[in-house]
Ligand binder design. Structure first.
Ligand SMILES: *Cc1c(COP(=O)(O)O)cnc(C)c1O
Length: 474
């Protein structure tokens, strides 16, 4: 049949829309999306027929359009197995919430809530009222307010307390957290002039004292969350800095970053400064994250002196940085768990995952190895290894937690085989994210709780794995 005759026989979109399968698709995706998909399929087909393709059956045209709709229907924000070995992975969403927090958030999503409404008086309330007392109880602070995240907390504090003035910071603490969070840039956007004192490795008390003057708005101490300066170093402790700040009549702000509400050494994790310690060392304001070690939803805490918190709350920027009812509900439920620190490791996923012992994880690796090796159909050897997990999100950058995992080692080595295996794992119904390390793909099992789900999911890996054996080694 000649090309022109074939082109004339391509069904119209309207005709295709009348078919039973298109009707079923309309139920699922809606008429506009199905119409658009059929239009695209018909346009593609027209091009292909011009290039000599034979006209396919009508049902195949529809099937091609529906396959495209199906593929596009999958959310890009998907649950996955975080087997990277980094428990609080910023790119993978940081903390997993406690069941109590999930329940509270769900209720807040479904119902009207007393968000800014005082039930006792019937008058307008404040959103911070739901967590203020709890935060003060847990940290020893006089007052508290909650914003979108810790970056927002730092921005709001700087702008509220030192706009048009100077903030004194040690050169050794001018951090970049990743992405666009660099302390000097945040200062500039907050309208604060940065005064750097000391050197990268050593800052003395006199450096702060000499820099302080009539233009000083505050002294800022920043927890060097994601690096350590070691060797010939000197930093001024918070207690001494608080004295210098007081002498100069300005507040000391301590940005703890992760911060924690409980002493982690009780769980066998290295000590990370607690918010209570920072307050008792004399900081006037302390800022920290809700979704790092604290294990709650993304939020930023500003805690400290009442008069300063009141100033911060009067800043119109506060309105732009506030949290919604869903996160506030989840946060309140999370904070409540800290009243019983002995049960945190059962109830709070972040603590539960961080405190799993190497022995426990190793036993899990022994159980899983045969199923994983079987699923890989002889292309990889699976070896049980000891490894080290990281806490992540900048908390305790140099201390790791002993863990165990599976190393997937290619039987035939070639440059791309590991990258292709990693790609296949990302294409699983529940993507599996590991890390490539010394010639193997390592799955650190610290964060794996749903073992049966993992095995069922992993069984489908080979169809996604194209194999890289023929490629040039790189
Ligand atoms: C993580 C961190 C921040 C930013 O906190 P987010 O919750 O990511 O907004 C700010 N300062 C320090 C020291 C941090 O570690």
């Amino acid at each position: 049949m000649d090309t022109n005759a074939s082109l004339r026989r391509i069904p119209s979109v309207d005709e295709l829309l009348k078919s039973a399968s298109a009707g079923a698709a309309i139920e699922r995706f809606g008429r506009p999306a199905v119409t658009e998909a059929l239009r695209a399929a018909v346009a593609d087909l027209r091009n292909e027929v011009r290039k000599g393709r034979n006209l396919p059956a009508r049902e195949n045209i529809i099937a091609a359009a529906l396959a495209r709709l199906d593929a596009g229907d999958q959310s890009t924000l998907r649950p996955l197995f975080n087997l990277t070995g980094t428990v609080l992975h910023t790119n993978l969403g940081r903390a997993l919430l406690a069941q109590a927090a999930i329940d509270a958030a769900t209720a807040a999503m479904r119902e009207a809530v007393s968000l800014e409404f005082a039930l006792e008086s019937g008058k307008r309330g404040e959103r911070d009222d739901h967590v203020r007392a709890l935060i003060c109880e847990l940290t020893g602070a006089e007052d508290a307010t909650i914003v979108n995240n810790n970056a927002a907390a730092v921005l709001l504090v700087l702008n509220s307390l030192a706009s048009g003035k100077e903030a004194i910071v040690s050169r050794g603490e001018l951090i970049e957290i990743g992405g666009a969070f660099r302390m000097p840039d945040i200062m500039a956007r907050a309208g604060v002039r940065l005064v750097e004192v000391g050197t990268t490795n050593r800052t003395h008390a006199r450096d702060y004292s000499n820099a302080a003057g009539p233009d000083t708005g505050l002294i800022l101490k920043v927890h060097t969350s994601n690096y350590r300066i070691e060797g010939f170093t000197k930093e001024v402790g918070a207690r001494e800095l608080a004295g210098i700040a007081r002498k100069n009549g300005v507040p000391l702000v301590n940005d703890l970053g992760s911060g924690t509400l409980t002493d982690l050494t009780r769980f066998g994790i290295a000590h990370e400064p607690t918010v209570r310690e920072a307050i008792s060392e004399g900081a006037d304001i302390v800022t920290f994250s809700g979704d790092k070690l604290l294990g709650g939803p993304q939020t930023g805490f500003i805690v400290g002196r009442k008069a300063l918190i009141e100033t911060i709350n009067r800043n119109p920027m506060k309105r732009a940085l506030r949290v919604d009812k869903i996160r506030l509900a989840a946060l309140e439920a999370t904070l409540r768990l800290y009243r019983d620190p002995d049960r945190l490791s059962e109830r709070l996923p972040t603590m539960r995952l961080l405190t799993r012992s190497r022995g426990d994880i190793d036993a899990q690796a022994q159980r899983l190895a045969p199923a994983v090796e079987h699923a890989l159909e002889g292309a990889f050897r699976v070896s049980i290894i000891a490894c080290d997990s990281q806490i992540g999100s900048g908390a305790l950058p140099l201390s790791t937690v002993p863990s165990a995992g599976l190393a997937l080692i290619p039987i035939e080595r070639s440059g791309r085989v590991l990258a292709e295996l990693a790609a296949a794992l990302r294409q699983l119904p529940v993507p599996v994210i590991g890390r490539i390390e010394r010639g193997s793909l390592v799955l650190d099992l610290r964060c794996l709780e749903d073992e049966a789900g993992f095995v069922a999911n992993f069984a489908g890996v080979i169809p996604h794995f194209k194999g890289g054996f023929d490629d040039e080694p790189s």
